[in-house]
Design a protein around this ligand. Structure first.
Ligand SMILES: [Zn+2]
Length: 250
């Protein structure tokens, strides 16, 4: 879908390797991913294998970009340290789960002072404007409205293990790489509301968004790289062709 939209609009397709999560990232995984995507028929004009004007395209090599964004958020007083564990959050949260299955953070650490943290490990959270409706017009799904503090809560921008969180890395990269349209799965609509708040806090203009229906296997389970059940590689090994896959897709 991203490729069709880029081609139809005279745009470029960018392949960005999101390899910040060292537990998911394996050496040797990238060449295989690139080969699978090429096999499927993707043709990108910028990426880790072919370079481009906004290189590097591996997120693990772009820490300076994320640190600069984090400093801006800190200077604007948009973030605070959070020492909660996953378990703390689950037991403290009275609000129902947000649409993307993330528990709405109850704001336990909003008043944290640096001195109270001591040498405990902490993540950095973005303070959302409670009660504000974040709205945007999605190119595929139409007008979207999410209420901060209700549909989603304060979210992590920098993890306790020193790794930038998806939301921050994604926004910092999309802005730095001058992305004009983000095409991704409809499961990320709520994330887009979070990211719009980040764009605003960083003084950046958000790109256009186009969220597609998710690709699912026969049992209705999402095709995602997180579980290997039905990766492109597995489909290929099963004898599927790019043509047969695309028939079910577009
Ligand atoms: Zn906390």
């Amino acid at each position: 879908m991203a490729q069709h939209r880029a081609q139809a609009n005279g745009g470029m397709l960018v392949l960005r390797n999101e390899d910040l999560d060292s537990t998911r990232f394996r050496m040797g995984f990238v060449p295989a991913m690139i080969e699978d995507l090429r096999w499927f028929g993707f043709e990108w004009q910028e990426g880790p294998d072919c370079g481009g004007p906004f290189a590097p395209y591996n997120q693990s090599e772009r820490m300076d970009v994320y640190r600069a964004a984090l400093e801006k958020l800190r200077a604007g007083n948009f973030i605070y340290p959070c020492t909660c564990s996953r378990k703390d959050i689950r037991s403290a949260a009275s609000a129902p789960h947000a649409e993307d299955d993330e528990v709405v953070y109850p704001g336990t650490c909003r008043q944290n002072r640096k001195s109270e943290i001591g040498n405990r490990k902490f993540a950095l959270r973005f303070r959302v404007p409670d009660g504000e409706t974040v709205s945007f017009v999605d190119g595929s799904c139409g007008e979207q409205r999410f209420v901060a503090g209700k549909d989603f809560g304060d979210f992590v921008v920098w993890r306790g293990d020193g790794v930038p969180a998806y939301q921050l890395a994604c926004v910092a990269d999309d802005a730095a790489m001058q992305i004009t349209e983000v095409v991704r799965g409809a499961d990320l609509l709520v994330s887009t509301a979070r990211q719009i708040l980040l764009y605003r806090a960083l003084g950046l203009t958000p790109p256009a968004f186009f969220h597609c229906p998710l690709w699912r296997d026969e049992s209705g389970v999402r095709l995602a790289k997180r579980h290997d059940a039905l990766s492109l590689r597995a489909l290929r090994a099963r004898g599927e062709t790019p043509e047969s896959l695309r028939q079910n897709w577009i």
